[in-house]
Every structure is written in structure tokens, then in C-alpha cells.
Design a protein around this ligand. Structure first.
Ligand SMILES: [Fe+2]
Ligand SMILES: [Fe+2]
Length: 357
């Protein structure tokens, strides 16, 4: 049996790693692959943004999950000391005494193999195999640079991209097409035009009022992601996150989606506190709203698919004086609820009295 060993920091693991290993395994008739994500590697000083070992281990598992006869080893990942290839190779050879061991290495490593710890002994135990270059010409460091620019998704396994966004590893920000796809799949299809239009309106308002349009876009895309959920599903999300809410009446159930939307936007999509707050307060408003909160509140109210008496007045106000627009919107909400015999939420009154000061 031929075993192929491939170690690396996998920071993050990408499709270039997987393809190169797959090709090398085919070309060398390797029967079984052992992938070893490094703990604290002796050859490299890791960049500051490096996720902890656990996260790199999980991502490495995700990345290689489609390769057959492949095991992700935790030999090195949790070790607090420097790990040397010779040590890991000897451990593996004890486990597989009759196998031939091939060590898969990239060009840089291949050229410096003489400088590795106990290199002579190592080279008696393994056959080094140079990984094919440029199967997919991309490196982890290039991906790390792309992620904060909302790029690089195509070089990662889907599960890893979602994972990186969830924890915003490497300062990653979500690709908007990806985020929209995820968010829209959580909606009742009838709500899709509303959310798309809300996005357009929020970006326009953000540019008008000097707020980061990308923050506004993230908030707008995600603002209704839990709207489809029923009462108990919403309450579950709230309880699971250690929160609680007091509902003063049956109508307040409709407000839950703003709270749970903010929770999921943060826990699943890693949004900032500012974006989460804009989602949280998009139905009721509150005192001392940030500009981003006002923008999402108003965008939700006036986006292009909305039609109700007074919407044109609100649309004009939104671009002339957003506080006037807020006041009009909040008061419309109050009178609409009252006309239906529903007590408006306290936060809505706080928002009105705050703006009236
Ligand atoms: Fe909503
Ligand atoms: Fe909405």
C-alpha cells in the first residue's frame, strides 16, 4: 500500500490544495492520503489573522471531504510545540508498518527539504513527491487578501466560505451574490421582491446620508430572514441565544422576526453590531437610532414595491430630511395600529419622543 502524506497550515485550505493533492495521488498511485494540518509550524510564522487550530482543522476536513480514501489527521494540530515532519512520519509509519510512504510537498518546501530536522533520516523513510504546480494557481495568502474585499469565494469549498463568513475569519466580508442567495432562500418567495427592492433603496439612502453602503446592503439583504418562521421557531432562536422577550399582546409576535433576524445575521453571517442593530430595530424603531438604523427602517417602508397613501411624501422626505421621514413613518405606524385596535410598541413611542426633542 502507498500512503501519501500532505501537511500544511491550511490557512485557509482551498481548492488548489485539494486539486494538487488529488492529481499527485492519481499520478503516483497513492492508495490512502493523510492530510496533516499543522499546529505551530516550524517553517512559518503565521499571520495575525490566523484562526485557531480548531477552526483550521474543521476547514481542512471540509476542504478535503470529497476526496476518497483520505483522512485528516490531528497529529499536529493541537500540539503546543513545534512539530517536525520526521516525528509525524514516524508515528504514521508505526500505524502502517507495511506501507510505502510518499511525502507530498510544494516547490518551496521541496527545495529546502535538506534543512528540515533530521532530513537524512526523513529521506530514508519517505519518497518526496513534488506537488504539481498551478493546477489551480492560487495561494492561501492571496485568498486572505481577497476575502475582506468580498472576493475569493470561488477558491473555497462552499462549506468553508460559509464558515469563514460566519466567524468573519481573515476579516472576510460576504460576497453580495452569495449573501443574497442565502438570504433569499430563507424567505417566502412572495417576499423576495420586497427584500431586493429594500436593498436598492437602502444603498441609495446610505449614499445620500453618508453611511457605508455595504453595511446598509448587508442589513437590507438580511433584515427579514426569519420572517417566514412561526412563533415557536422564533421563540426557540431567542431562547437558544440566551435572550428573552415579553410580548404585551398577540400583535407583538410580528416584531419577533426583527429580533431573531438580528440574532441569525450575527450568528450565521457574522454581521457587525451596527448591522445587527439596524435589523433588530427595523420594525419598531427606538430612541437614539443610528443613521444606519434609520436607513433600514425607512428603506423597508418606502422601497419601490410599496404603495400606500402617503408613500410619495415619505419618499421625498427620506432624501430631504431623514428625521422628518422617520417621524412621518413612525406616526403612520402608530395611527395604523391604533385604527386596528392594536397597542403600538413602547420603542416606537420612544423613537417619536426622541425625534421630537
Ligand atoms: Fe420586517
Ligand atoms: Fe421588510
Amino acid at each position: 500500500m502507498k500512503i501519501g502524506i500532505f501537511g500544511g497550515t491550511f490557512n485557509p485550505p482551498h481548492i488548489g490544495h485539494v486539486q494538487a493533492v488529488k492529481t499527485a495521488a492519481e499520478q503516483n498511485n497513492i492508495d490512502f492520503l493523510i492530510i496533516i494540518p499543522a499546529g505551530i509550524p516550524p517553517h512559518k510564522i503565521l499571520p495575525d489573522s490566523t484562526p485557531d487550530s480548531e477552526k483550521r482543522y474543521i476547514m481542512t476536513k471540509n476542504a478535503f471531504s470529497l476526496l476518497k480514501n483520505t483522512k485528516i489527521s490531528d497529529l499536529e494540530i493541537y500540539s503546543k510545540e513545534n512539530n517536525y515532519t520526521i516525528d509525524s512520519v514516524e508515528k504514521i509509519q508505526k500505524e502502517y508498518p507495511n506501507a510505502e510512504t510518499l511525502l507530498l510537498v510544494g516547490t518551496d518546501m521541496y527545495n529546502s527539504i535538506d534543512t528540515w530536522k533530521d532530513s537524512e533520516r526523513l529521506l530514508k523513510k519517505v519518497t518526496p513527491v513534488l506537488l504539481p504546480r498551478n493546477v489551480i494557481p492560487i495561494s492561501s495568502s492571496e485568498i486572505r487578501e481577497m476575502l475582506p474585499l468580498r472576493k475569493g469565494r470561488e477558491f473555497l469549498a462552499d462549506s468553508n466560505y460559509a464558515y469563514i463568513i460566519k466567524y468573519r475569519l481573515y476579516g472576510a466580508k460576504p460576497d453580495f451574490d452569495w449573501l443574497s442567495e442565502k438570504a433569499l432562500s430563507m424567505l417566502n418567495p412572495l417576499r423576495i421582491p420586497h427584500v431586493k427592492a429594500c436593498q436598492t433603496e437602502a444603498v441609495r439612502l446610505a449614499k445620500r446620508w453618508g453611511v457605508d453602503p455595504d453595511d446598509a446592503r448587508e442589513a437590507a439583504i438580511l433584515h427579514d430572514i426569519t420572517k417566514k418562521l412561526d412563533f415557536s421557531q422564533n421563540m426557540c432562536i431567542i431562547a437558544e441565544n440566551g435572550n428573552s422577550v415579553n410580548l404585551i399582546n398577540k400583535n407583538e409576535e410580528k416584531l419577533l422576526h426583527a429580533i431573531t433576524g438580528a440574532i441569525l445575521a450575527k450568528s450565521e453571517f457574522g454581521v457587525s453590531d451596527e448591522v445587527a442593530d439596524a435589523i433588530k430595530w427595523h420594525t419598531t424603531g427606538r430612541a437614539k437610532m443610528s443613521m444606519l438604523e434609520k436607513i433600514i427602517y425607512i428603506a423597508d417602508y418606502i422601497e419601490a414595491t410599496r404603495s400606500f397613501p402617503g408613500v410619495d411624501r415619505l419618499r421625498i422626505a427620506a432624501y430631504e430630511n431623514i428625521d422628518d421621514a422617520m417621524m412621518i413613518g413612525l406616526e403612520m405606524t402608530v395611527s395604523d395600529l391604533k385604527s386596528r385596535g392594536i397597542t403600538p410598541n413602547e420603542s416606537t413611542f420612544s423613537a417619536i419622543s426622541d425625534l421630537g426633542k
